[in-house]
Design a protein around this ligand. Structure first.
Ligand SMILES: Cc1cc2nc3c(=O)[nH]c(=O)nc-3n(C[C@H](O)[C@H](O)[C@H](O)COP(=O)(O)OP(=O)(O)OC[C@H]3O[C@@H](n4cnc5c(N)ncnc54)[C@H](O)[C@@H]3O)c2cc1C
Length: 313
């Protein structure tokens, strides 16, 4: 069986759930080989044992920390040249897509970004135009490189420890955009927006008071999102904006409170598995995409939901 490569990108030495999703997709295609381009492989490898991964290829080197995406694309391209995989799967984060783009140039290969599914024939599925259109596409040249959105599939638990191989990367002079400093975003205990399996969002209806949104988010272990009306008003940071000009999320549960459901907002959350909308206007368009709708004042509904959840916790 031929290999499918998945990139193990990490956040501060922690392997995100999305890597397990890549492994689960990869298993449909071939033997899953995870590639680590990092000097922190010792901390990362044990975290991979719970995923369906056959082999881990470790490209070690400080260059990966120093030159970041450029070095990772270089390392990955050399592994591709050696292994000749059926496909390369990468998480569809901003960083993942930059690595994928650089890799595609280096490997002279086609690239599909923001897929939500890929099958054994390497047909990738994308949800476009605000979720109104589903596209199925195939890479027609080179080694298919596909970036997949987080929260697109249930992670399959692996059995057994993967084989670990070391791979020596030769760095050329290109792609040396130096990372001079890294300052992790200050955050509380909440998960990253695009990685979270639950997102609770607030819009103009919050009138700037996100306290009930945050309270529900914390009870559910969710990330907090916001509409552009809320971020433009300065009520919540732009990094939390969901939508066409914000982040795309696809969680198991998306709670939209005080959000009308403009097409630009829906573009960023419409592929969520279950959508709950709370809005005092029964005609709000968000109800068109909601699985469950509550017509009511969010300042009455959210605290009740939080209180009920606290009771059963
Ligand atoms: C090029 C472009 C890109 C854009 N990109 C984005 C984007 O990325 N993300 C995004 O979100 N928007 C984006 N927008 C803006 C988008 O068109 C909408 O203006 C925006 O989404 C509206 O935000 P909102 O739903 O919070 O506000 P509104 O549309 O004003 O809706 C507020 C809702 O809250 C309800 N409400 C009020 N009070 C309460 C209460 N107490 N309890 C319950 N409900 C209440 C109201 O009934 C109403 O439905 C973009 C627009 C353009 C032109």
């Amino acid at each position: 069986m031929s290999a499918v490569l998945i990139l193990v990108d990490h956040v501060g030495g922690v392997v995100p759930r999305s890597v397990g999703e890549l492994a689960t997709f990869g298993k449909r295609i071939g033997e899953v080989t995870a590639v680590i381009c990092s000097s922190q492989s010792a901390a990362l490898i044990p975290q991979l044992s719970s995923f369906a991964i056959n082999t881990v290829i470790v490209c070690d080197g400080v260059e990966f920390e120093k030159y970041s995406v450029g070095a990772t694309a270089q390392g990955l391209s050399q592994v591709v040249a050696k292994v000749n995989p059926t496909a390369v799967l990468i998480t569809s984060s901003a960083r993942g897509k930059e690595i994928a783009g650089r890799l595609a140039v280096r490997c002279d290969s086609g690239l599909i970004t923001d897929a939500i599914d890929i099958d054994s024939t390497l047909t990738a599925t994308q949800s476009v135009f605000g979720g109104s259109t589903t596209v199925h596409s195939l890479v027609g040249h080179g080694t298919p490189i596909v970036t997949l959105r987080s929260n697109s599939i249930e992670v399959e638990v692996g059995s057994g420890t993967p084989t670990v191989e070391n791979f020596s990367v030769t760095f050329d002079g290109a792609d040396k955009a130096v990372v001079t400093s890294v300052e992790p975003a200050v955050k509380g205990g909440r998960p990253e927006l695009t990685e979270a399996s639950i997102v609770v969002s607030g819009g103009r209806g919050t009138d700037g008071n996100f306290a009930p949104v945050e309270e529900l988010a914390d009870i559910l272990g969710a990330a907090v999102g916001a509409s552009r009306a809320a971020t433009d008003a300065g009520w919540y940071p732009h990094s939390h904006q969901v939508g066409q000009t914000g982040k795309t999320v696809s969680p198991q549960l998306y709670v939209a409170s005080g959000i009308s459901g403009a097409i630009q907002h829906r573009a960023g959350m419409q592929t969520s598995k279950t959508i709950v909308a709370i809005n005092k206007d029964p005609e709000a368009p968000i109800f068109d995409v909601a699985d469950f709708g509550v017509v009511g004042d969010l300042f009455a509904v959210l605290p009740q939901a939080s209180a009920a959840l606290k009771e059963i916790q």
